[in-house]
Design a protein around this ligand. Sequence first.
Ligand code: ADP
Length: 194
Amino acid sequence: MKHPKEERTYVMIKPDGVRKGLTGEIIRRFEQRDLKIVALEMFNPAHDKINDHYPKNEEWITRLGNKTLSTYEKYGYDAMVDFGTIEPAKIGPEIRKWLIDYMASSPLVKMVVQGVHAVDVVRKIAGDTMPYKADMGTIRGDFSIDSPALANKEKRAVMNIVHCSETPEEAEHEIKHWFGESEVYDYKRFGVDE
Ligand code: ADP
């Protein structure tokens, strides 16, 4: 069992976050909450590496489709008109493709964030996946208003500034995917580790 302070999560600042000049602000919010940045890099993403980052299973892809459908229903939009189908399993792959094209469209910043309940706390700091729903005081709630209602009309993914892992298991998998062992650092933070 790991010590509670050793929980780690994987975060990527997405193209809209980098291009809005939010890199420093995002890191500041994690550090302010006593979380520790233990790996950090800006890089140009390869399309294939992004493709392998996002799950390929049907459950995850259908979930993407369902998110669009529920927003379409709420606002009275017709998925048939925009997607030619109302089946979430068929809408999902289209959204996954938009997501990968979007993620590969500009430099990204990747990092590993460590601390107590790092996975849940980072997701809380990030806010709801859909920025229009995200609470004020969260990264997405303070710096974006995007929604699938708009994004899907424009045939693109929802721009929500950051990616962060959903579970500790997913985090370990994503950290291995994006960083070598020697690129993740070990140091003691004043006031947190000593
Ligand atoms: P999270 O990033 O909060 O874990 P998901 O794993 O559900 O959210 O989705 C991955 C990413 O796909 C989201 O961050 C968002 O950029 C994009 N996305 C999710 N659902 C939709 C949708 N219905 N339409 C467009 N883009 C979406």
